[in-house]
Design a protein around this ligand. Sequence first.
Ligand SMILES: [Zn+2]
Length: 214
Amino acid sequence: MNGKDRDALLSEFETHGYAASFPPDEPLPEVCAVLNATMLALLARAEHLYGRAPAGSPASVIDHPGTDRLPVALDRKDPRHYCVLVNSLANTWEEAFYVLAHEVVHLLNPASSESDAVATLEEGVAIAFAETAYTEYITPYTGSGAQRSPLRGEYTAYIAAYDAAALITASTLARVRETFGSFAHAMDKATMQRICGDEITDKQAHLLTAPFEF
Ligand SMILES: [Zn+2]
C-alpha cells in the first residue's frame, strides 16, 4: 500500500470507524465504508505476501441482507467488479474481519465462474491467511480465536487444506502463485513438489493440487 492509499484508509476509519455499529439493520454507508477500508487493508497485506492482484478487478464490500449468494460474487451490473458479501456470515465486527481476511485471498485471482474447479491450495491459503491476521489483530483484545473459523466446524476438508497450506512459507506461496498464475490453478503435483518439496510431504502436495470439494 502506498502512502496516499494508507492516508485515505486511515481517514476513512477516523471519519466512520467509531460511529458505525455492526451488524447493521440496514446497509448503512458508514458500515460499508469501514468494511471497504478493512478489506483494502487486508488485500494490501495479501498482495504484499503473495504478489499483486491483476489490475482491473476492483472489489468492494456490499451488504446484502438475506442473500445466500457466494461470499465473493460478480456484480451483476458491472461484471468487471467483484463484491464481498459479509452479512450472512458475520454478526460482529470481529467476524466480519475474519470473513474479509479469508475472501481477500480469493480476490487475488477471482474465479470467473462459480463452476470453475479450484485447487485445494486456494482454500487452505485463504484459511491460513485469515487465521494469522485474526490472531495478530483481534485475539490480543478478545483473548480467543475466530469463533466462525471453518477449523472449528465438522467439515474436515477445510482442516486438511489448512494443515497442509499452513506449512508453506509466504515467499514459497508467492512463487507457486507466480508459476501457476493463481493458487486456484495450482493443479500440477510435480510442479508443486518442485517448488514446495522442502516444506510439505508428497501426500500434502497431492491433496493441495486436487480440486477442493466445497
Ligand atoms: Zn474460501
